[in-house]
Design a protein around this ligand. Structure first.
Ligand code: ZN
Length: 201
């Protein structure tokens, strides 16, 4: 039973995570040079389409803090061709990509799949952060571990100093988690720069 509960929770988390859908790019795929914007307050949401010989097109995502982030799109070879992404990190075909601070990558690359086999430090931290948040805020707890917790919304009946201590503990875990995640993004960045070099030719 606990396994079922865990998988339901994972699914909910993935559903709550912002993602982009390759088929939505159909409308603008040949609009080379035009800039497009979509709704997202957390992840890069402005892109320009450029032409490329090996792909249907490349969507270049802009953000204030990071270099341009390329996401290649291709038509797959089925009877009714579908537009799909090439994940910029693993270079595999994907229908959906999920938000990271500097761009978009597949769920495997950004660690949205939770398996018991991959219980790395990062994963343990993430689980611990979520557990503490759920203990404090119940169903209102944010499961987004890229967000920091703030000492707001103290539940009724909990002493203020106890609540404060728990949020402080959370913050120290969150900082550790973010440092680890940032390290991983730097690794992804190296691959992305390589891809960018390839794309620029
Ligand atoms: Zn990937």
């Amino acid at each position: 039973m606990s396994g079922c509960f865990a998988s339901a929770r994972t699914r909910r988390y993935i559903e709550g995570k912002e993602r982009i859908d390759a088929k939505a790019f159909k409308a603008c795929i040949t609009d080379f040079g035009s800039k497009f914007t979509f709704n997202s307050d957390k992840y890069p949401n402005q892109f320009t389409i450029s032409k490329h010989d090996d792909y249907a097109a490349i969507a270049w995502f802009e953000s204030a803090k990071y270099p341009l982030f390329p996401v290649p799109l291709i038509w797959d070879n089925t009877r009714y061709p579908r537009l799909i992404f090439i994940c910029p990190c693993c270079e595999l075909k994907r229908l959906y990509l999920y938000g990271v601070p500097n761009g978009w990558a597949c769920r495997h690359c950004i660690g949205l799949h939770y398996s018991v086999q991959s219980m790395g430090t990062e994963e343990r931290l993430r689980k611990r952060i979520r557990k503490i948040r759920r203990n404090i805020w119940g169903n209102d707890a944010s499961m987004d571990t890229f967000e920091m917790s703030y000492p707001f919304g103290k539940p009724k009946g909990v002493r203020f100093d106890k609540f404060n201590n728990e949020v402080q503990l959370l913050n120290s875990l969150e900082v550790r988690y973010l440092r680890l995640a940032e390290k991983r993004f730097l690794t992804l960045d190296v691959k992305i720069s390589k891809l960018a070099a390839k794309v620029f030719g």
